[in-house]
Design a protein around this ligand. Structure first.
Ligand SMILES: Nc1ncnc2c1ncn2[C@@H]1O[C@H](COP(=O)(O)OP(=O)(O)OP(=O)(O)O)[C@@H](O)[C@H]1O
Length: 599
């Protein structure tokens, strides 16, 4: 029997559900085993699992790290393979989506959202479920899916391994239509290697060395990566590095391995800024470059792509590109902008563009009481003050070691602490309160403020020398009303709160506001509108009660007609099934009937 014979396949599904075996050679053995497991999990091939209500799973910090490492790759692949009715996503080991990329308009795969679990027990055989089970790439097309619901779907998935070679998740492209499977598979494999490289930056206390026989491959997904701890003991290596260093990929790594087991000369022979040829113990040579020696530019920056996290405003993106170069060269960046313009989001995107797995510590200088800020920033030793924790505590600056320190509202930093902060930044060492012991800190610094720092300097409220230390490059984050990508931001925020389409009149209304509170204010307004309209339902001007409505009388009839059409579209997509439509939109069935009768 042929897998494309849908009629015959329905019969196979029916018999399979009745306990019969699958015809021999119908499916590759690993896919057939997945069908068996799907049946055992109690799924019927006729179940509808794509839309409808689902429980959002909370993401852990390692999920967020995986998502941050996957995001630039999936966003890049979206430009090649994306489109309406397609989704690119990354799942963790449990099959929970940690990052997803979709078309801006709602479509068939719209429900593949962050937090949704798409495990075998949830939706049966798919490429990611096979990949997570077998730890291998899979192409699962059309009738190979266990659920009939997916018989038009094309799905390719590739595993993602962590720094110690353990499976951490998978990346996947899913959609309706055709794509060149070989090309997709190759691109996903390269993306997965780039994600694996990014995960290395999470090993903050290690020296990470990039290796390749061809120096041009260093800084690309094809580089080998090997990590050593501060005592030179071997910690981890990716597949490429294992091959180069002659480590048996299938054998458990010997704990006795260290730097000297591989290299003729010590770690100081490896340069940070460029690859240099070094000798291996077996007599051959390889290009090597250190990625984590303190203070230097990190070649991992070569894996960077423009972060879409900051939006699509051309002027802002240009600033982002410049700032990310400065940031990669350890030049401190200062962000100025009105409240709520996205300064922290910009800072986070800078960090993620370079070092997503490393710590990102944000300190809001205006939010910490003045008497606590010193211990919060610099840490303390036991017994320094009443209420101090036993054993003392690291300060926030030390926590950022190996990563990024965001000093938010820097203009509110108490004057007497500015001197101490300056010393830490100059000496790259921190001394905890009550101690004289110095701890090295290697951090990249971003500061943010809505104040005019020059005015504060004139008023002797801010140290000029600290300002020059922090101000390696200044970025002015535009107010929302000055941005050209307001529509994109509105769509993004609406999706964030699971709202439906926005009526053009509602969009106009949003675009014509002053937005003194910028994106933060817009976010609150959209959140309320989604709550008033109902999740998944069309947002109309009346769902913005706090906004000044235009004077002219609105055409209520056409607004209702627009809403009715959107619901009708959802109903058509669900084959006229009101229950499924109501589930998909997250409303009661009665609401669907009422809205279709135009109230
Ligand atoms: N490009 C963007 N797209 C979508 N949401 C955004 C974007 N930029 C910022 N936001 C959202 O706007 C809100 C405010 O952002 P953020 O905290 O970065 O602003 P801020 O300038 O640091 O604010 P403040 O000056 O008050 O510290 C957050 O909820 C954030 O998620």
């Amino acid at each position: 029997m042929n897998i494309r014979d849908m009629h015959g396949l329905d019969e196979v599904r029916r018999r399979f559900l009745d306990g019969h075996s699958l015809p021999a050679d119908l499916l590759p053995p690993a896919v057939a085993s997945s069908w068996e497991r799907s049946r055992k999990a109690g799924l019927s091939p006729w179940d509808k699992r794509l839309s409808g209500r689902w429980r959002a799973h909370e993401l852990s910090s390692s999920d967020s790290r995986l998502a941050a490492c996957a995001q630039p790759e999936l966003d890049r692949l979206w430009g090649i393979f994306g489109g309406q009715d397609w989704a690119l996503f990354c799942v963790n080991l449990e099959g929970v989506i940690v990052y997803a990329k979709h078309a801006s308009q709602p479509d068939t795969v719209d429900s593949l959202k962050v937090g949704k679990r798409v495990n075998e027990v949830d939706i049966g055989t798919t490429a990611p479920s096979c990949t997570l089970h077998e730890q291998q790439p899979f192409i699962v097309c059309g009738g190979m899916h266990y659920l009939k619901e997916f018989e038009n779907f094309f799905c390719v998935s590739v595993p993602v391994f962590g720094v110690r070679g353990e499976l951490v998740g998978a990346i996947d492209i899913t959609g309706i239509g055709q794509r060149n499977a070989t090309a997709v598979l190759e691109q996903l494999k390269i993306a997965s290697m780039a994600i694996e490289s990014r995960l290395y930056s999470g090993l903050v206390d290690c020296q990470i060395v990039a290796l390749q026989f061809d120096a041009r491959l260093i800084g690309t997904p094809f580089q080998g990566l090997v990590a050593f701890d501060q005592n030179g003991r071997f910690c981890a290596a990716n597949k490429v590095a294992k091959k180069i260093l002659g480590i048996d990929a299938s054998a458990p790594v010997e704990s006795s391995l260290d730097w000297d087991s591989f290299f003729e000369r010590g770690p100081q022979s490896i340069v940070v800024n460029s690859p240099s040829l070094i000798a291996l113990n077996d007599g051959s040579s390889v290009y090597a470059q250190s990625l984590s020696l303190p203070g230097g530019a990190q070649p991992a920056a070569r894996l960077r792509h423009t972060s879409p996290g900051v939006g699509h405003d051309p002027a802002l993106n240009q600033q982002f590109n410049m700032a990310s170069k400065a940031f990669a060269a350890s030049i401190p960046v200062i962000l100025q902008g009105e409240t709520g313009t996205g300064k922290e989001v910009f800072a986070r995107a800078l960090h993620d563009s370079l070092n997503p797995g490393a710590p990102f510590i944000a300190i809001n200088c205006s939010a910490i009481p003045e008497n606590l800020i010193e211990s919060e920033l610099f840490g303390y030793v036991e017994g320094t003050f009443t209420g101090a924790r036993r054993g003392g505590a690291k300060g926030r600056i030390e926590e950022a070691h190996g990563g990024t320190l965001l000093l938010d509202e820097i203009g509110d930093m108490p004057f007497n602490l500015q001197t101490r902060l300056l010393r830490v930044l100059q000496e790259r060492e921190v001394t905890r309160l009550g101690s004289s012991e110095r701890h090295p800190v290697d951090v990249r610094v971003i500061s943010a403020t809505h104040c005019d720092i020059h005015k504060l300097i004139e008023e002797h409220r801010f140290r000029e020398d600290l300002f020059y230390r922090l101000n390696g490059m200044q970025v002015r984050i535009p107010a929302l009303r000055q941005r050209q990508d307001m529509e994109d931001i509105i769509t993004k925020l609406t999706q964030r709160y699971q709202g439906g389409a926005i009526h053009p009149a509602a969009l106009e209304l949003l675009k014509n506001q002053e937005w003194r509170g910028n994106i933060r204010q817009l976010e609150q307004v959209i959140r309320l509108a989604v709550a008033l309209a109902g999740a998944g339902l069309v947002i109309l001007p009346e769902h913005f009660p706090g906004l000044e409505q235009p004077d002219e009388k609105r055409d209520e009839k056409s607004l209702k007609e627009f809403e009715r059409k959107k619901i009708q579209d959802a109903l058509d997509a669900n084959g006229g099934n009101v229950k499924a439509t109501a589930q998909q939109l997250g409303v009661a069935r009665g609401t669907i009937y009422r809205k279709l009768k135009m109230e």
